[in-house]
Design a protein around this ligand. Structure first.
Ligand code: PGA
Length: 251
């Protein structure tokens, strides 16, 4: 059975390293008991080196929340994919809507995705529409977002790609998208991937859902949504809830 992937996006939390260690440690000890779930935690950059050091084995992978699209040079404040590679990072969230809202374009995201795949890091490519419309305009939007974000990636490099469908209106919201709608969207996303890279590649690419997932709604979303995993924001820094979520999906 293919492993289910649960990614925790800590965003800009917590504000002390002590708290980061505590969340990481508790999540890790729960993750060690899981059989069918892979856990990836994406803390803020400053915590990454120390969390990587404090991990004894790989029950939890440490990922990054973003990366820059150049390898080196005069780019103040940016982090190169090569630096992440050197640390041993295997996953990077790319194109999160909170970064897109600050000016990241499909063009920049396409460069990041291609660079990461080239050096053997899995991009967790976030896609998602701002609103849904009766006439299906959000489907066209999503299709072009996927195409534009992958326009530098060839079929032979696609193996490590992960796609995270996160409708913007469901992020940081009270409720997640309805599982039935997630199911529809996951089929649509696979269809777009199949048109681009072929059926086998589309089926092999993990598609995750993100947006207001918590321990209460996770299982229904996972089962009815027919997805390969979840991208969890707020609930991933709420240890008790996140551990409960992991156990539910593992069972
Ligand atoms: P949320 O965030 O779970 O807090 O809605 C999800 C995300 O932004 O990845």
């Amino acid at each position: 059975m293919k492993k289910r992937i649960i990614v925790g996006n800590w965003k800009m939390n917590p504000t002390t390293f002590d708290e980061a260690k505590r969340i990481f440690k508790s999540t890790k000890s729960a993750a060690e008991k899981l059989k069918s779930v892979s856990v990836v935690l994406c803390p803020p950059f400053v915590y990454i080196p120390q969390l990587l050091n404090s991990r004894t084995e790989s029950a939890v992978s440490v990922g990054a929340q973003d990366v820059y699209f150049e390898e080196r040079g005069s780019f103040t404040g940016e982090i190169s994919p090569l630096m992440l590679k050197d640390l041993g990072i295997k996953y990077v969230i790319v194109g999160h809507s909170e970064k897109r809202a600050k000016g990241q374009t499909d063009e920049m995201i396409a460069k990041k995705v291609a660079m990461l795949l080239e050096i053997g890091i899995s991009p967790i490519l976030c896609i998602g529409e701002e609103t849904r419309s009766e006439d299906g305009a959000h489907l066209d939007f999503l299709k072009s977002q996927i195409k534009n974000s992958l326009n530098k990636v060839s079929k032979k490099n696609i193996g490590d790609l992960i796609v995270a469908y996160e409708p913007i209106w469901a992020i940081g919201a009270k409720e997640a998208m309805k599982p039935e709608d997630i199911y529809e969207m996951s089929i649509f996303i696979r269809k777009v991937l199949a048109d681009l890279y072929g059926h086998d590649e589309a089926v092999a690419t993990p598609v995750l859902y993100g947006g207001s997932v918590n321990f209460r709604n996770a299982l229904e979303i996972f089962e009815k949504g027919q997805i390969n995993g979840l991208l969890v924001g707020r609930e991933s820094v709420n240890v008790a809830g996140f551990v409960e979520l992991l156990k539910t999906i593992d069972a």
